[in-house]
Design a protein around this ligand. Structure first.
Ligand SMILES: C[S@@+](CC[C@H](N)C(=O)[O-])C[C@H]1O[C@@H](n2cnc3c(N)ncnc32)[C@H](O)[C@@H]1O
Length: 263
């Protein structure tokens, strides 16, 4: 997969892209990540990319033309239209489902705004969708583009060692992940839940599923409302019935440990 980012800060982006899992995937030839300096596509001596907003108001707006020239150069290099996303607080909030959808593309262009944003006419002509990182405003689109690149690229086959690495994680199937523990068995007086030391994989699996469902209900009732647990087989139906009876107990335990923390 190839991801091109149009930005005023390509060095920052390229430095991050060269590190860790994304860097290794590029070395293996699975990914090609490249940040492009929009200023290189200006036609004025000062390499100015912004100007005042028509109608008045605060700050400056990134002009359509340098962005358009940069975007055309990248499209030419790719050799066709690449799905183009403008990172914007006015866009749809990014989710794991968007990451899965975008990871199926061969090419993706991410456009980073700065100042007060970018000229609407570039968006109207070149942008396929607007994506927001959340309901807050960043000073530029770079952090959002990095987050999207990372979340998308880790789902590209071969980037992580196995698909199990992400299929077990929060949001893949609408649930939050269960709590995780590593050595030592007791740390600061807190022991690892005994079931995880039992060696009984069925029981571990059941405990993890239960923790996932309960954690999602507790922390993200909005997500929990949407999940449909498998309920076809007798074992699945039994599991769902047991969950209902164990939910009150879980809530009681949680409120008890929260109260202890407050003391
Ligand atoms: C200061 S913001 C401009 C905000 C714009 N004036 C508004 O009120 O919608 C500058 C740039 O940061 C990026 N940005 C800011 N918040 C973002 C968010 N929540 N998600 C994605 N990109 C964001 C966009 O690319 C935007 O053009």
């Amino acid at each position: 997969m190839r991801v091109d980012v149009l930005t005023l800060f390509p060095d920052t982006m390229n430095a991050i892209f060269g590190e860790s899992i994304l860097g290794r995937a590029q070395k293996k030839g699975i990914l090609h990540l490249e940040a492009h300096q929009i200023r290189d596509y200006t036609t004025n001596k000062q390499n100015q990319v912004d100007d005042y907003p028509y109608g008045g108001g605060q700050g400056a707006i990134m002009q359509a033309d340098p962005l358009y020239r940069c975007w055309c150069a990248v499209q030419d290099d790719i050799g066709g239209h690449a799905h183009t996303v403008y990172m914007s607080p006015c866009g749809k909030t990014f989710t794991e489902e968007d990451a899965k959808r975008l990871a199926k593309l061969d090419n993706l262009i991410l456009v980073c705004g700065h100042y007060e944003g970018i000229d609407q006419r570039f968006i109207d002509e070149c942008v396929d969708e607007e994506i927001s990182l959340g309901d807050f405003v960043l000073t530029g689109g770079e952090l959002a583009a990095m987050a999207v690149t990372d979340a998308v690229c880790r789902l590209v086959p071969g980037v992580l060692s196995e698909s199990a690495c992400y299929e077990d994680e929060s949001h893949w199937n609408g649930l939050l992940e269960y709590p995780q523990y590593s050595r030592p068995e007791v740390w600061h007086g807190m022991a690892v839940p005994p079931v995880l030391l039992s060696g009984n994989h069925q029981m571990v699996d059941r405990w993890r599923k239960k923790q996932s469902v309960f954690r999602t209900r507790e922390r993200r009732p909005d997500l929990a409302e949407r999940i449909q647990l498998p309920h076809k087989t007798r074992a699945e139906k039994k599991f769902i019935a047991e969950l209902e009876s164990e939910w009150e107990e879980y809530k009681h335990e949680r409120s008890h440990s929260d109260a202890e923390k407050m003391d």
